[in-house]
Structures are given as C-alpha cells and as structure tokens.
Design a protein around this ligand. Structure first.
Ligand SMILES: *[C@@H]1O[C@H](CO)[C@@H](O)[C@H](O)[C@H]1NC(C)=O
Ligand SMILES: *[C@@H]1O[C@H](CO)[C@@H](O)[C@H](O)[C@H]1NC(C)=O
Ligand SMILES: *[C@@H]1O[C@H](CO)[C@@H](O)[C@H](O)[C@H]1NC(C)=O
Length: 191
C-alpha cells in the first residue's frame, strides 16, 4: 500500500467517524422505536370528521365583484372576474335554516376554455362544538359540472392540521343571476 492511498483511507475513516458521531448525537432520541412511538401517538389521536351543510350565495348581497379585466366582459368564461364572498352556511338547504358558519374568501374565473373558478376561502364555523374553528379551502371548481371537489388544506381550533376533501354540488343555481345554493360534504382528518 503506497502512502497516498493510506492517507486517503485515513481521511475517509476520520470523515465517516465524524459523520457517525454527529448523526448519533443529533439522533439520540430518534431511534427507530422512538420514531415509531411518536408516530403511533399521533396516529392514535387522529380523528376523522364528516361535515354536511349548505352554502348560499346571493350575488351582490353575500358576495361582491372586486376586480375584472376589460376583456372579462367579452370573455365567454368571464376570465379575470374576481369576487369576495361572506356566504352563510346552514344545516339545511333553506336560506333560513339553522346557521352553522360562513364561507369567507374569494373566487375568480381562471379558465379561458370552460367555466372554471379558482377558490380560496375559509369555512368559519359558529355552531356548538366547532364554534371558532375554521377549515381552509383551496381548489379548482368547474362550476358547470354537477359534482366537484375542493381541497381542505388546513384548519384551526378543533381542526388543527386538518386535510381532506370538500365535495360540492348545486342544489340550485341561477346562472344569469349568480344566486346559488350548494350542498357540501366535507371529510377531514385532523388531530
Ligand atoms: C380598460 O378600459 C378603460 C375604459 O375604456 C380604459 O381607460 C383603460 O385604458 C383600459 N385598460 C386596459 C388595460 O386596456
Ligand atoms: C360562539 O363563540 C362566540 C365567541 O366566543 C360566542 O359569542 C357565541 O355565543 C358562540 N356561539 C355558540 C353557538 O356557542
Ligand atoms: C337573487 O336573490 C336575491 C335575494 O333573494 C333576489 O332579490 C334576486 O332577485 C335573485 N336574483 C335572481 C337573478 O334570481
């Protein structure tokens, strides 16, 4: 064995030992058993909640146009039109049925080829055990399809670290006037 390769082997040993030492120091409480226990504790606290409610939009009463492009008016999909909403959520399909919260946020026409919205809003709950908790929603909403789904990207309060799916379909939709009643079935995993 000549000197340069011996030197390289020694350097290798030093570097690898340092790496192993550093790893084992940082990983003192990260043994496979510890990680497994941590994961099980989390998994044991995982809950699945299913929510069912109705959403009501009365154009220019519960929602308002905040932006559009000059070209939006001549676009077949109203491309660029952006609304902000504070829409009531109710337990039943009637506007006057028991309130459970609000859908607050915005939606914009983001497709040039079909009626398609990008939705960014929060479900802010005001009823009994969910009072003050919220779910954050994001997603693609091709409004002319009967059944669609949005993504639950997070939550607060009882819905901390939530993720899930919100399936929606029209109960009533007045295309010209923009008034709509939408049924929501939401499934979320949270802790
Ligand atoms: C939009 O239309 C208005 C009114 O006709 C005009 O003053 C403005 O320059 C237009 N903006 C663009 C970006 O074309
Ligand atoms: C929800 O919480 C608010 C603020 O804490 C409170 O004023 C309201 O009475 C609560 N509503 C219900 C239904 O518990
Ligand atoms: C939308 O609903 C509001 C409030 O109920 C009503 O005044 C309005 O006429 C409706 N618009 C259409 C186009 O149905």
């Amino acid at each position: 064995m000549n000197r340069p390769s011996l030197y390289l082997i020694m350097m290798y040993v030093v570097v690898v030992s340092a790496a192993v030492l550093a790893f084992s120091c940082n990983a003192a409480d990260q043994q496979p058993e510890d990680v497994k226990k941590w994961l099980e504790q989390r998994e044991n606290h995982k809950k699945i909640t299913k929510l069912h409610f109705y959403f009501h939009e009365l154009r220019e009463r519960t929602s308002t146009l905040v932006a559009q492009a000059n070209s939006s008016a001549t676009s077949p999909t109203f491309f660029g039109v952006t609304y902000v909403m504070d829409d009531p959520l109710t337990a039943g399909p009637e506007f006057t049925s028991e309130p459970v919260g609000r859908a607050q946020g915005l939606y914009a026409s983001a497709s040039k080829e079909e009626a398609g919205l990008v939705c960014v809003f929060n479900f802010v709950f005001t009823n009994d055990k969910y009072n003050g908790s919220s779910l954050s929603i994001f997603g693609y909403n091709p409004t002319l399809r009967q059944s669609r789904e949005l993504v639950v990207v997070g939550g607060t309060g009882v819905f901390r670290m939530a993720r899930g799916v919100a399936v929606l379909s029209f109960v009533y939709f007045d295309v010209a006037g923009g008034n709509a009643t939408v049924e929501y079935n939401v499934i979320v995993e949270h802790y």
